[in-house]
Write a protein that binds this ligand. Structure first.
Ligand code: SF4
Ligand code: SF4
Length: 379
């Protein structure tokens, strides 16, 4: 539903004030619409939505909440329109006016109040590490491992955290965690457009990093990696931050990890926030290719043209009907390569693919794995 509620120049001024000023460059070619995966699963016209905003018609339909901020359209736009900023600005305008969908509202409220989107108790945040050699971070350690909400609380992603810890310990890496003191990085709150909530979370986290003397962080999630790397600087943070696959590639390069034979055919899915958003394409592949016997086959859409799983931009906290899940399409692509394992390195991708596999793939729990889990199998 579109409603003409305000003069167009007033709306465009507000979009610009919220960071979406590049919308004025749009000349309505429609290339973005042809790129957006939503157009393949439902009636969704990105170009038209932008035009309505240019005309001063504020979008009040649910469509504004569909974007998973995958960045495919941004890379395709010939005019340099920063579509994610434009969509973010519209979301911020709506959130500022109290118009935030219930599911996103509840996830963000849990992030701020309880430190994680599910509202789980902080004292259970470290339960995943029971029985493992995981220390609380101290100043003389090389790395803070920022575990993140999903690897802390979600049973499937806890296995990734455990695998990573096993690998890091095997390589003799000096690292620690914040344990029960760790809180949500705030990625989804920013993508949803709740700047107030995001600011509250970042300020708390930056203060904690300073108090603990943290300088270098390794993140499990590409979303945490992106947010700490690209957004926390606005709040005075000067951390060095890497994604776990980057650290693993370095350890393999330095000979601190020597993988053994693993006769498997695998394909790798580039998470949007690692690949398109941050240009990290090689390191996860380097780790996989360092394993003797492992055959890496590429899907037709890989690297810059990778298909989003649908979990970014705050979408993970909403319901997506089965026939509109990008992860279903992606899993079919992966199966089409003949690979035995679909490898990724993002908690949202992993959970979305696991969900999709219940409906369309074979029932084999080892089929979808994180890079760290594949590596651990080879050691
Ligand atoms: S691709 Fe760029 S210029 Fe073309 S319609 Fe989309 S935003 Fe506008
Ligand atoms: S960022 Fe991705 S999901 Fe969002 S509008 Fe662009 S192509 Fe579509």
């Amino acid at each position: 539903m579109m409603e003409a509620v305000r003069p167009f120049d007033e709306v465009m001024d507000e979009v610009a004030k919220e960071g979406g000023e590049s919308l004025s460059l749009c000349y309505q070619c429609g290339l973005c619409s042809g790129t957006c995966p939503w157009g393949t699963v439902r009636d969704f016209n990105l170009r038209k939505m932008l035009r309505m905003v240019q005309l001063g018609l504020v979008e009040e339909s649910d469509d504004i909440w569909l974007c998973s901020t995958c960045k495919a359209c941004v890379d395709r736009c010939p005019r340099g329109v920063e579509l994610i900023d434009v969509i973010g600005s519209m979301r911020r305008m709506l959130v500022g006016g109290g118009m935030i969908p219930q599911m996103q509202r509840s996830a963000v409220s849990n992030m701020v109040q309880e430190g994680n989107p599910w509202g789980n108790p902080a004292e259970e945040r470290m339960d995943w590490a029971e029985g493992l050699d995981v220390k609380i971070y101290e100043r003389d350690m090389d790395w803070l491992l920022f575990v993140g909400c999903a690897p802390s609380y979600d049973p499937r992603n806890q296995k990734v955290a455990k695998a990573l810890v096993e690998v890091l310990n095997k390589a003799g890496v000096s690292f620690g965690v914040l344990g029960a003191e760790e809180r949500c990085c705030g990625d989804s709150a920013r993508r949803i457009g709740d700047e107030q909530a995001f600011g509250t979370m970042v300020e708390r986290n930056v203060a904690k990093f300073e108090e603990m003397g943290v300088e270098r962080v390794v993140a499990i999630s590409p979303h945490t990696f992106h947010t700490l790397k690209n957004d926390y600087g606005e709040f005075g943070s000067e951390l060095e931050i890497v994604h776990h696959t980057q650290l693993l590639a370095e350890l393999v390069d330095e000979g601190k990890l020597v993988p053994g034979r693993l006769e498997k055919k695998v394909t790798y899915h580039d998470p949007c926030y690692l690949g398109r958003h941050n240009g990290v394409y090689e390191e996860p592949r380097k780790v996989l290719e360092s394993i003797p016997g492992l055959e890496l086959v590429e899907m037709e859409r890989s690297r810059e043209s990778s298909l989003c799983c649908g979990g970014g931009g705050g979408r993970f906290w909403t319901e997506t009907v089965a026939e509109e899940r990008f992860s279903n399409l992606r899993l079919e692509e992966a199966l089409g390569t003949g690979a035995e394992i679909l490898v990724t390195c993002c908690p949202f991708c992993l959970l979305n693919f696991e969900d999709s596999s219940k409906g369309i793939a074979r029932d084999d729990s080892t089929y979808i794995l994180d890079v760290a889990e594949v590596l651990v199998k080879s050691l």
